[in-house]
Design a protein around this ligand. Structure first.
Ligand code: MG
Length: 373
C-alpha cells in the first residue's frame, strides 16, 4: 500500500470529516499563502451533469460562505475541457456549482491561448475542433477577427475533402470565401476533432503550403531547413478522456499523434507545434497568473508567496503538471485514478485522498500545522 494512501486515510478518514467545524481555530494562524487549483471532471463533477456534493461543500467552505473560515481561501478551476467561450462556461459552472466564479477563476484548455494569439487578431486563422461552429465563437471571443473553420473551406471547394458531405446545418453557418487568395497564419485546434480525416488533411495542406494558401505547395516543404508559414497550436494533449461510456475515448492528444505520424510519413519531418493544456508549463504559468489576478481582484496582495495545491484525478495531467510547477498535489479517487488493487500512480502526488473535500481539509490543516503565514 502506498504510504501516502495510508497517510491520508489516517489523517482524513471519514471519521474525521466531522472535525471540519474546527478547521480553523482563533489560536491557529490563518494559512494566508494557501490557494487551490481544481480539475473539474473527476474532481468536482462525474459525467456531464453530476456535481459531487462534496464539491459544492468545499467551494462554499473556501468562498467563506459557510462561516467555517474567517476569510476566503483563493482558488481557481483548471480543465483540459473546452469548446465553449469562457464566459458561457463560467456562467454554466457557476450555476452548477452554486458559487459565482469570476473571470480569473476558470482556465479552460484554450483560455491561455487567448493572450498567445493576440498576434493573429487581424490575420486569417483556421480554427479546428468542437461541435458545429462553437470553436469559431471561442476564437472570435478571443478577438480573432478572421476565424475560419473546416466547413468554410469545404463549402468553398467540396473536392478538398469529399469523404464527408456538409449537413444542411453546416451549409447554413459556413462562410465560404475565395480561399485561393487568403493566406492563413495559424491553425488552432481548440477542442476535439469531429472529423479526423478532414481535419488532418486540411492541417497537412496548410503545413506544406506556400504562404498558408490552400491548394499551393511550398518548395522544400519536406526539408527541415525550410520553415513553414503556418503555426500549429493544440489546446489539449489528453490521449484519452472519460465520457459516459465505460471505456476511455480518444481525445485531442490521439488526434495529434495521428497527425504527427502522417506528417512524418509524407514529409519525413517531425511536426512542429505549440502545445497548451495540462500538464504543460504554459498552462500552469498562466493559471498562476490568473490566481494572482484573482488575489488583486479581492483586495489581497498579488505578489506574495503562494502555496498552491492542485486537486486532480489524473496523474498524467493534473499531478505531473503540478509537480513540475512546484505546486503540491492531491490525487483523488473520484475520477480516472483508482488504487483498489494497489495501483501506484504514474506521477506521485503529495497525498492521495478519497475525494476533493477530504483533500482540501487535509491541506488546510497541513498548512496551519506548518504555520505558513
Ligand atoms: Mg479530470
Amino acid at each position: 500500500m502506498l504510504r501516502s494512501a495510508w497517510s491520508v486515510r489516517r489523517v482524513v478518514s471519514a471519521g474525521q470529516v466531522g472535525c471540519t467545524r474546527s478547521l480553523h481555530s482563533k489560536s491557529a494562524p490563518f494559512p494566508n499563502k494557501l490557494a487551490f487549483a481544481f480539475d473539474i471532471d473527476g474532481v468536482l463533477k462525474q459525467g456531464h451533469h453530476n456535481v459531487l456534493p462534496q464539491a459544492k461543500r468545499v467551494l462554499k467552505l473556501l468562498s467563506g460562505e459557510d462561516g467555517r473560515l474567517p476569510k476566503p481561501i483563493p482558488f481557481l478551476l483548471i480543465t483540459n475541457g473546452g469548446g465553449v467561450p469562457d464566459e458561457e462556461r463560467r456562467a454554466a459552472l457557476s450555476s452548477e456549482l452554486g458559487i459565482k466564479l469570476t473571470e480569473n477563476q476558470l482556465v479552460q484548455s484554450h483560455t491561455p491561448i487567448k493572450e498567445y494569439v493576440e498576434k493573429y487578431q487581424d490575420k486569417p486563422v483556421l480554427v479546428l475542433g468542437g461541435k458545429g461552429e462553437s470553436c469559431r465563437r471561442v476564437a472570435e471571443s478571443y478577438g480573432l477577427k478572421h476565424s475560419y473553420i473546416p466547413q468554410d473551406i469545404v463549402a468553398w471547394k467540396p473536392s478538398i475533402w469529399d469523404r464527408t458531405e456538409l449537413t444542411e446545418e453546416e451549409r447554413g453557418f459556413a462562410r465560404p470565401q475565395d480561399f485561393s487568395q487568403i493566406p492563413f497564419s495559424a491553425a488552432l485546434m481548440l477542442h476535439d476533432s469531429h472529423d479526423w480525416g478532414r481535419d488532418i488533411t486540411l492541417i497537412l495542406d496548410l503545413m506544406s503550403s506556400h504562404r498558408g494558401i490552400f491548394g499551393t505547395r511550398r518548395e522544400g516543404h519536406d526539408r527541415a531547413d525550410v520553415k513553414g508559414d503556418v503555426e500549429l497550436v493544440f489546446s489539449n494533449a489528453d490521449v484519452e478522456w472519460r465520457s459516459d461510456w465505460p471505456i476511455p475515448r480518444l481525445g485531442q492528444g490521439a488526434f495529434r499523434l495521428s497527425l504527427e505520424s502522417v506528417y512524418k510519413s509524407t514529409t519525413g519531418l517531425d511536426l512542429p507545434y505549440k502545445q497548451f493544456g495540462k500538464p504543460f508549463k504554459a498552462t500552469y504559468d498562466f493559471s498562476e497568473l490568473m490566481l494572482r489576478r484573482y488575489l488583486r481582484e479581492v483586495g489581497r496582495d498579488p505578489e506574495g508567496a503562494l502555496n498552491v495545491y492542485m486537486v486532480g484525478d489524473n496523474p498524467l495531467s493534473d499531478i505531473d503538471g503540478a509537480n513540475r510547477h512546484g505546486w503540491s498535489s492531491i490525487l483523488v479517487r473520484t475520477g480516472v485514478f483508482h488504487d483498489t488493487h494497489g495501483e501506484v500512480p504514474s506521477h506521485k502526488a503529495t497525498i492521495i485522498a478519497d475525494d476533493v473535500e477530504k483533500g482540501v481539509e487535509w491541506a488546510i490543516q497541513e498548512e496551519m500545522r506548518k504555520g505558513s503565514l
